[in-house]
Write a new protein. Structure first.
Length: 135
């Protein structure tokens, strides 16, 4: 009976730790996915806005009187470059969060597999022996 109790404590501690980690991972993954959705939406809005602004800038740049002065041209161009740099930062942040979340998903899947393996290793199903006697 003592051996069974030690086995149970050993098994239960590992099982509980794996279950707690799986729950923590699941919560973090769900949180990250919501943040990814929000960041993606914001990124797409800013991207579309920047594309429209660049198209407008280029259209005016191709016309003889598209800008009042070289200073106006330079200022608008600098503003577009700054927006592009901000968008690049947003992209890197979003990409990093996606990579982090993918790593968490891999860990979660591995964890769930370990839980299943641990459960299977202690699941004591006794199979009926082959019998020569017909029932």
């Amino acid at each position: 009976q003592e051996t069974i109790a030690r086995f149970y404590n050993s098994y239960n501690g590992k099982f509980t730790a794996l279950e707690e980690r799986a729950e923590t991972l699941k919560t973090q993954i769900e949180s990250n996915r919501k943040e990814i959705d929000n960041l993606t939406a914001a990124y797409n809005i800013e991207y579309d806005s920047l594309v429209a602004a660049v198209d407008d800038f280029n259209a005016r740049a191709s016309q003889p009187n598209g800008f009042v002065s070289r200073a106006q041209f330079d200022a608008e161009r600098a503003s577009l470059v700054a927006r592009q740099e901000e968008l690049d930062v947003s992209y890197r942040e979003l990409s990093g969060l996606i990579d982090t979340t993918n790593a968490l998903v891999e860990e979660y899947n591995s964890n769930v597999t370990q839980i299943g393996d641990l459960y299977d290793s202690v699941n004591s199903r006794i199979e009926k022996p082959d019998s020569m006697i017909e029932e």
